[in-house]
Design a protein around this ligand. Structure first.
Ligand SMILES: [Zn+2]
Ligand SMILES: [Zn+2]
Length: 231
């Protein structure tokens, strides 16, 4: 079946994410847009995934747990998972390596952790848009080891895109898929997402993936299959 997706959406936990990007607002907007599956990908954290996944379950939207990891080179890598427990392992791994700089909410924005009722249950005190301490050379194998897929994010963007930073796409880094809004020119399967920091930026039902079932398991299996095709 065709499942319309947007695998790169930020919530109010990303300092640059709008505070209206709450679990319920994200899920409702995705459904309004006609999407079947989304992934919540905040900078260097997955702490709002449980709430968004719970709201998704209640409303018939598949939500993959994810994170947009910043490498030590300042490259953004979209890390998609099927299970939240696996994403948590990545979060634990980077928690000791991540740069610890206090967030300045008045400059960067607040970093709100919410429950499935959109109530604030915590605030991340360290700025999330810093290096995770993981190098671009290690990230593909690391994420795969935790059961996820590491996808260089927005590779057509100059800032924080892998080509913009390194100057070229290095095939030896072990990536199996890229995220790009135009034809990437890279010989790997490609996904196209919104990278929405505001609700209205969430994708229309435009890009789809062929999956066996409309479930996290089905979508993740479809992504893995695409990755294998690139080999
Ligand atoms: Zn990014
Ligand atoms: Zn992003």
């Amino acid at each position: 079946m065709k499942l319309y997706y947007d695998f790169h959406i930020h919530s109010c936990l990303s300092p640059c994410g709008d505070e209206d990007n709450t679990p319920n607002n994200i899920v409702n907007m995705a459904l309004l847009k006609g999407l079947n599956v989304i992934a919540l990908a905040d900078h260097n954290t997955g702490k709002n995934c449980p709430a968004v996944m719970a709201v998704g379950r209640k409303n018939g939207l598949v939500v993959l747990p994810a994170m947009e990891l910043t490498t030590s080179e300042d490259i953004h890598i979209l890390c998609l998972f099927e299970r939240y427990e696996d994403l948590q392992k990545l979060e634990e791994h980077i928690s000791s390596r991540r740069m610890k700089i206090a967030n300045r909410p008045e400059v960067f924005g607040r970093q709100l952790i919410m429950n499935e009722k959109d109530e604030v249950i915590g605030e991340e005190e360290h700025l999330l848009i810093v290096s995770s301490g993981v190098s671009v050379e290690d990230v593909a194998a690391l994420v795969k080891g935790f059961g996820g897929i590491a996808i260089p994010a927005h590779i057509d963007k100059q800032s924080n895109g892998i080509i913009g930073v390194l100057g070229f796409f290095d095939d030896s880094l072990g990536f199996e898929m890229v995220e790009c809004t135009v034809d990437s020119g890279v010989k790997l399967p490609q996904i196209t997402d919104s990278d929405a920091h505001y609700l209205w930026d969430i994708s229309e039902a435009e890009h789809f993936i062929e999956a066996e079932t409309c479930s996290a398991r089905g979508v993740f299996a479809a992504l893995k299959k695409l990755c294998a095709r690139g080999e």
